[in-house]
Write a protein that binds this ligand. Sequence first.
Ligand code: NDP
Length: 267
Amino acid sequence: METLTLNNKTKIPILGLGVYQANPGKETENAVLNALQTGYRHIDTAAVYNNEEAVGIAIKESKISREEIFVTTKLWNAGHSDPLKAFNESLRKLDLDYVDLYLIHWPVEQRLNSWKILEEIYKSGKAKSIGVSNFTIKHLKELLKVAKIIPVINQVEFSPYLYQKELLNFCNENKIQLEAYSPLTRGHKLNDKKLIDLAKKYNKTSAQILIKWELQHKIVAIPKSTKEFRIKENFDVFNFNIEKEDMNKLDNFNENFRTCWDPSNIP
Ligand code: NDP
């Protein structure tokens, strides 16, 4: 599995499984287990997804050693009143000794204070890396002014239909890895004719083209599926390359299309 090296020298598998809206219990457990058996080594969950326990159970069931799997979870907005407590609660639910990445899920008002606590968690070794999510350039600049440890990652919504080029450039310049959520536009654009036409050219599916576009931009992607055949389909992207001219075409699909809230309104 291809990995990218983060600014603290740790490595992250470039493709992971997202489990937002995967039901707690068997649905999440089976999805994570299927993914690990398929070859995924990176799982993206969050306290607010309410399925951290199931993620932890599947990791154990897989019998794959802990060090081989990259696990991300996130501090939900309500947890900012006591981030350490929220973090420990996530660790307990995951039943893990450490997570690979702990993210501030949304740039809520208390974000700078909470970042100091994340820095302490990082120093304790219980989160191998710390980062942010849904941060705009403005939020990142503000954080970079005061942070002792710079975030390794900014996880944001990102797809050819929401090609946030300025944010990508800013992150690259500041050694913050961009990670794409909702890379499949939650399914909304999979039937777009121009995307289907490109997919046919490569004998791939629309979903595989969207994922590969992220990977070729050196962006981490975490498509979600709970269906075994799609978990496999989304992983089957390492045996082809999108030609440069088609990457350019995809870059031009941008229409600022969002499936999630726009964080740019958060002061
Ligand atoms: P995605 O773009 O990954 O799309 C998921 C949807 O597409 C599901 O309905 C899934 O259905 C369907 N799907 C998956 N694969 C295929 C395929 N090959 N063909 C057709 N349909 C497919 O959306 P998400 O919003 O879930 O984003 C991915 C992950 O990113 C989340 O799970 C979460 O981990 C993270 N995320 C983070 C956020 C943040 O604020 N930090 C916000 C949103 C997401 P099915 O399961 O039935 O296959």
